[in-house]
Design a protein around this ligand. Structure first.
Ligand SMILES: [Fe+2]
Ligand SMILES: [Fe+2]
Length: 372
């Protein structure tokens, strides 16, 4: 078996982090589970969302809404004639381990896309403010296409997710609107950075494109970029969200999103290797791009190159692996092991949270272009 090293771990140590998917029920169970590391569904305070006023960013807002109306990706999420054959050849040549990592990627990506779709759609139904309503309707439209496109790749394998059932049965986490803004802004911009980094890598190395879905990522990630722009405008229209004690929340959410992504991506070393990427290098490239973009809205930036930051991320990964292995072991020793690793992760997260950050002034012009 192919056994690459990750940041510090042997491949076999990761075995308990990914639950194998063999049937549609397994796929559904994976999508339904909500843990620290899996995508969640969110709900919020709709009345507070309804009161958000964008008049201070009106010109940039209206230009953005016109782009949504133009819908330049309306014809993008259709498969071409080559798709089915490329997918068949790619899947047939994968090792069982790579196949599991790729399925994990497809299921978690489909769940995140659908999570956005549900949240935006729910907000759009529950508000009357025409600005917020229009934005949420357009974003729900895009996320519905994204989730459907990934789900069609899962359906090819007989592993399609019942999205209606997922909407009904998966747990919902309540976030105040300001937390929704910080978290969705980050997840949209990280989504862009992830997809464009993969697309650029496979553009240079087409022989490493083991599934046709990656050919769709360039135009796809421009949707995510625009969604992120929308949240940037919403936050800049409410400057108190970006100053004072709220900068601590920005640091918290940025760190939480980065740490989750780092651990989750290191669960898929074979997938990154198949694309000619190293999980750690890929993640730091995604953090770098996200951090550059976020200069439009976040006045504080994590120091991702600080040696303590890098060591901390590796330690969080070790804690996640240790926790999963202790859980698999079971019994009293297993429980003790889980507690020890959970404490280790909390301590490390706290240490990273208090690392010095870089401060930067916010630019007058808010919007940026997707040029990466
Ligand atoms: Fe999306
Ligand atoms: Fe999005």
């Amino acid at each position: 078996m192919n056994a690459p090293n990750t940041a510090t771990l042997e491949y076999d140590a990761l075995a308990n982090l990914i639950d194998a998917v063999e049937t549609a029920d397994d796929a559904m169970a994976k999508a339904t589970r909500s843990t620290m590391l899996t995508p969640r569904f969110y709900t919020t305070d709709f009345d507070a969302m309804d009161k958000m006023d964008v008049s201070s960013v009106r010109a940039e807002w209206d230009a953005m809404i016109l782009e949504y109306e133009g819908d330049n990706n309306h014809d993008h999420f259709q498969r071409d004639a080559a798709f089915a054959e490329e997918a068949r050849v790619g899947l047939a040549s994968m090792s069982p381990e790579l196949r599991q990592e790729f399925l994990d990627f497809l299921i978690s990506s489909c769940t995140s896309e659908f999570s956005g779709c549900i949240l935006y759609n729910e907000i759009q139904k529950r508000v009357t403010n025409p600005d917020i309503k229009a934005l949420m309707r357009y974003m729900a439209r895009d996320e519905s296409r994204h989730a459907g496109f990934i789900n069609s790749a899962l359906k090819d394998l007989g592993l399609g997710i019942d999205l209606g059932g997922l909407k009904k049965n998966k747990a919902y986490t309540f976030f105040k609107p300001k937390y929704i803004l910080y978290a969705t802004y980050l997840s949209e911009k990280i989504g862009y950075a992830r997809y464009i980094t993969i697309f650029r890598q496979l553009e240079k190395n087409p022989d490493k494109r083991f599934h046709p879905i990656f050919r769709w990522f360039e135009r796809w990630c421009n949707d995510e970029f625009r969604h992120g722009e929308s949240f940037a405008l919403l936050m800049r229209a409410q400057p108190h969200l970006l100053s004072g004690l709220n900068t601590l929340w920005i640091r918290f959410f940025t760190l939480a999103v980065y740490a989750t992504m780092y651990v989750r991506d290191h669960m898929r070393p074979l997938m990154h290797e198949a694309m000619g990427l190293d999980s750690s290098e890929y993640d730091y490239e995604v953090f770098r791009i996200t951090s550059e973009i976020a200069a439009q809205v976040f006045p504080v930036d994590l120091d991702i190159d600080h040696p303590v930051f890098r060591a901390g991320m590796t330690h969080l990964l070790e804690c996640a692996v240790g926790h999963a292995n202790a859980k698999a072991r079971g019994g009293l020793m297993g429980l003790l092991g889980q507690a020890r690793h959970a404490l280790g992760a909390a301590w490390t997260f706290g240490r990273l949270f208090f690392l010095p950050v870089k401060h930067r002034p916010l630019p007058d012009q808010i919007r940026v272009q997707p040029v990466w």
